[in-house]
Each structure stands twice: as C-alpha cells, then as structure tokens.
Design a protein around this ligand. Structure first.
Ligand SMILES: Cc1ncc(COP(=O)(O)O)c(C=O)c1O
Length: 365
C-alpha cells in the first residue's frame, strides 16, 4: 500500500506554529509571548459564550447536522434566508466543500495572490488546477487579467478576498459587479468584513452577503474566528446560490459543526453589543499601531481595512526582522514566497502587545 502519487510532492499549507510548542522552544512562558501572527482576536469570546461553554449541555449527543438554530440566528444577523446559509467547521471547511462539489479533475480555479493560502491548497487537494492572476503593486485585483483568465481557461471558480489577507484592501462594488458578469462562480471571502465598521448595522452595510440571492454565481464566506474570537472552536458560514445548496448538503460531513461551536456561535450572535465594542477597540488600535509603524524609518505599512497590517521592510531582509522579533517572544507572520519576500504581517493585538512590539522595533533604529 502507498499513498496516491500526487501526494509525493504535494505543496502543503504552512500553518502557524502552535503557541505551546513555540513557548517551549523559546523557553518563554506562554504569557510572555506576544502573538501577532494569525489575525486572532486578542479579546477572545464574549462572557456569555464562556458561560455557555462552561455549562455545555449535550456533549454526549451528536450535533444538529443542519445547524438549524445557528442558521436561524445567522439569517437575522445577515439578512439572508436560512435556506441559502450553510455552517461549517470554519470558513476553511466550506472552501474545501465547495471545491469538492464544483470541480471536475483538471478544471481551473483562479487565485489572486498574494492572498489567503487555503484556496490553492484546497484546489490542488480536489484535483483542480490553480491559475494565478497576481494582484497589482498596490494589492488591488487586476480585473482585466481576471477577465482574460476566466475566458482563456474556462475557469470554474474565482476566489476573491475582501478585505484581502495579507494586505487588508477592499474590492470595490464596481469591480465586483463587473466580475459577477463573468461565467465563473465567484467566491468572495469576507472573513475580516466586521473590522470595516463599528456596529452590526455597519457590518451589514459593508458585507456583500445580501447580494447572494440576486446572483446565480456568487458565494460569500464569513467566519466567527475573527470578530467573535472563536478561532479555536472552528465555526464559519457561507451564503450560496440556491442551485448549489442540494449538492453542498449532499457532500457535507453530517456533524461538521460540533456542539460547543454551535452554542458558542449562537451565543456570540446574542452578544453583538459586547463583541462590537471589542471590534471598535481593535479598529482604533489598528490606526494607532499604523501611525507608530509608519514612524519607523525602515518600515512601510500598507493601508488596511482589517485587523492586521502588512509592512514592507526596507534596509534589511524581512525574514531577519521576523526572527529578531521571535527571539524577543513576539510572533509576526512572514511568508516565504517571492511576492511577499520583503514583507511581514502584524496582527492587531492589545495596547500592551503593541508597546512590547514597538520597544523591540525601535531598538533596531
Ligand atoms: C481570508 C481568510 N479566510 C478564511 C480564513 C479562515 O477562517 P476560519 O477560521 O473560519 O476557517 C482566514 C483565516 O485566517 C482568512 O484569512
């Protein structure tokens, strides 16, 4: 017996290093590590979520395979009919599920790097071919090239991310409308959309999830990992065109959203005021951090709409800066890819984290 040949040189997704592993390797206590590498929410979940998890019921019972209660709450939150909503073990699971049901072997998926690494990973996993349309120098999408690429490759799916990870730029409504005219399924990943506004009403205005019922070829993905601080529980959701729902239901793992994640997500949707206050803090601290980083002579932060700041590193290699910070117990994201060779990405943390970061960065002047 041996694994399928295509896994011999399969390009893996490189996840971030677990906190505890790093803590041991650096010989630092976990509380001495400043974790700014994975765009997580430094404030964690709402108190009501912690309470529900402490008193969690029905752990011995399989969860609702249709996440009915959660989808009903999500429908109120997003304004999208629950029949078009599907919950998953993170948006990650839904990316894979979508590719499973949409792709025939050898079909093309368009990716616009630099962007989130799971799209090409899951495409290859599902026997698809990745066609790259690199973003412009300011990280905006190259709409002309996307048009060409869809036509020339008979592409099945196009992944777009707004705000984009790693730079935090948004896609304009005009660009999106134009792209939606193409004969391709557009997957718009809005994992960070809640950081573009202060209130749930703002989020609803900024998100394109309510466009889904009006387009045959639009999917919008969202998550509880970022704004709601539930990254460790793995719960996300998406809105999909009606024609796609039966296939997704057919292919979905039956118990994909576990009991704890279900309850925590529902309770988060009941704690919107509390969670929005954390989002406001993160938005304000992002602006302050941006100002402080801009003042450093060797860093050039990229304007962002999200809870992270991509910085171009001048004067010395970005990998050096990443390792220098790591030695000081500060984790930031560095990508070993030519497109981002000179960049690091810093997630917005708490003010005390920023103080530690800035002290370390100022020592390099
Ligand atoms: C653009 C984007 N989409 C999706 C995800 C993953 O979301 P989830 O935690 O819900 O799987 C991330 C995580 O970093 C992301 O950056």
């Amino acid at each position: 017996m041996k694994p399928a040949e295509r896994f011999r040189n399969f390009q893996k997704y490189i996840p971030i290093e677990p906190f505890e592993v790093l803590s041991e390797r650096l010989g630092r206590k976990p509380e001495d590590i400043v974790k700014l590498d994975a765009n997580e929410n430094p404030y964690g979940p709402a108190p009501a979520v912690k309470k529900v998890l402490t008193n969690l019921k029905n752990i011995n019972i399989y969860p609702d395979p249709e996440s009915r209660a959660l989808r009903a709450k999500l429908s109120e939150f997003t304004g999208v009919d629950q029949d078009l909503l599907l919950a998953g073990a993170g948006a990650d699971e839904l990316i894979d599920l979508l590719l499973r049901v949409m792709l025939e072997p050898g079909e093309v998926v368009i990716n616009c790097p630099p962007t989130f690494g799971m799209y090409p990973f899951d495409t290859r996993l599902n026997n698809g071919i990745v066609f790259e349309v690199t973003r412009n120098n300011d990280f905006s999408i190259n709409t002309n090239k996307i048009h060409e690429a869809v036509a020339e490759n008979s592409a099945r799916i196009l992944f777009l991310t707004s705000p984009n990870n790693p730079d935090g730029s948004l896609i304009s409504d005009e660009d999106l409308k134009q792209i939606l005219e193409l004969p391709v399924l557009v997957v718009l990943d809005e994992a960070y959309i809640e950081f573009t506004g202060d209130t749930p009403a703002d989020w609803r205005n900024k998100s394109h999830i309510e466009w889904v019922p009006s387009y045959e070829n639009l999917v919008v993905l969202r998550t509880f990992s970022k704004w709601a601080g539930l990254a460790g529980l793995r719960v996300g959701y998406g809105a999909f065109p009606e024609w796609l729902m039966p296939a997704l239901w057919a292919a979905k793992q039956p118990y994909n959203v576990n009991v704890a994640a279900n309850q925590a997500a529902i309770e988060s949707l009941r704690s919107l005021d509390f969670l929005a206050k954390n989002v406001i803090k993160i938005r304000q601290d992002q602006k302050k951090l941006f100002g402080m980083l801009s003042a450093l002579p060797y860093l050039e932060p990229v304007p962002t709409e999200a809870n992270f700041i991509l910085c171009r590193v001048k004067n010395f290699p970005a990998s050096y800066l990443k390792n220098y910070l790591l030695e000081k117990g500060i984790m930031v994201r560095y990508y070993e890819t030519p497109l981002l060779e000179n960049y690091i990405r810093i997630s917005v943390g708490k003010p005390a984290d920023h103080l530690r970061l800035m002290q370390a960065l100022e020592e390099l002047i």
